[in-house]
Design a protein around this ligand. Structure first.
Ligand code: PDD
Length: 283
């Protein structure tokens, strides 16, 4: 089932114009929600970011956030899944190809649900990562459809036998190709501040709350590759990847090459949030 411009239809009933500006220019925005136990995780935070992304690219949403929210709930009822994702994308409109905004045209909304098991092996064992120059634009805070640098980086990471690419702009570590990045040194978590250079991850936001509850200090300050090389632990955060330990970077072990104690504590706290969501009792 697909939510297509306000209606829930079968997949083969969706027709996207070849002149859709999302298709031609990447002129649109998206969100990926997590579903745990049939419930949307951090629904409000994702909705708020969708709204911010729309405003940032001057895209007028065809419905209020409350109405969109209602439609997403209908989609969840039409296609219940236990663990999965809900993807929504909104493109500016279909119009004869011209870079400037067309005088008229309705935004095109598509949303669908897919089953996705939790990444249990990666959560338990951690993954390898490789560092790569961040060649993206200067509005990485907008969740836009323009993901080519991210796509190329993720593929290069996989080609090099790793699971994720850690971006750096010059020497400054920013985030990963599809997740936020954190390093731990002497029990303190370091992460790039939520500026225009990173996506303000919903999972990152949850993590900051959990760290505060756990009495784990977090410093939101840019740090460089030399600092990263000295890190005791590293991990990433994202809607689909949750809190994944990074146990090796560029072929060298992080700390002793196993998920560290601060990462584990945050993972355990995150697990409680996931269970609360699945039980229908979000904290
Ligand atoms: N990616 N940074 C980037 C570049 C991302 O693409 C993502 C999410 C994140 C983490 O944000 P959040 O915690 O809100 O998921 C950080 C999604 C899942 C994707 O594109 O599939």
């Amino acid at each position: 089932m697909i939510l297509f411009n306000g209606r829930i239809v079968e997949d083969d009933q969706v027709a996207i114009s070849p002149t859709d500006r999302g298709y031609n220019f990447g002129d649109g925005i998206y969100e990926v929600f997590r579903i745990y136990g049939g419930q949307l995780f951090e629904r409000e935070a994702h909705m708020a970011r969708l709204s911010r992304s729309a405003a940032a690219i001057r895209l007028r949403l065809p419905w209020t956030i409350d109405e969109l929210d209602r439609q997403l709930r209908q989609l969840m009822e039409a296609q219940p899944v236990d663990n999965g994702t809900l993807y929504i994308q909104i493109t500016r409109c279909a119009a004869p190809r011209n870079h400037a905004f067309p005088a008229q045209g309705e935004a095109v909304v598509v949303a669908f649900i897919r089953e996705l098991p939790r990444p249990v092996a990666a959560l338990e064992n951690g993954i390898q990562a490789v560092t790569m120059e961040d060649i993206r634009w200067l509005r990485c805070d907008i969740k836009s459809l323009n993901l080519l640098p991210n796509v190329l980086a993720k593929q290069e990471a996989l080609d090099r036998g790793a699971g994720e690419a850690i971006f750096h702009r010059g020497a400054t570590v920013t985030e990963c190709s599809s997740s936020n990045f954190m390093a731990v040194k002497d029990g303190i978590v370091y992460t790039h501040p939520a500026t225009n250079l990173i996506l303000h991850g919903v999972t990152r936001g949850v993590l900051l709350q959990l760290a505060a509850q756990q009495g784990i200090a977090v410093v939101e300050r840019p740090f460089d590759l030399a600092f990263l090389a000295q890190a005791d632990e590293a991990f990433l955060s994202g809607t689909t990847s949750e809190i994944t330990p990074i146990v090796g970077i560029d072929g060298r072990p992080v700390g002793d090459g196993a998920p560290g104690p601060v990462t584990r504590r945050l993972q355990q706290a995150f697990e409680r949030r996931v269970q609360a969501c699945a039980d229908g009792k979000p904290e």
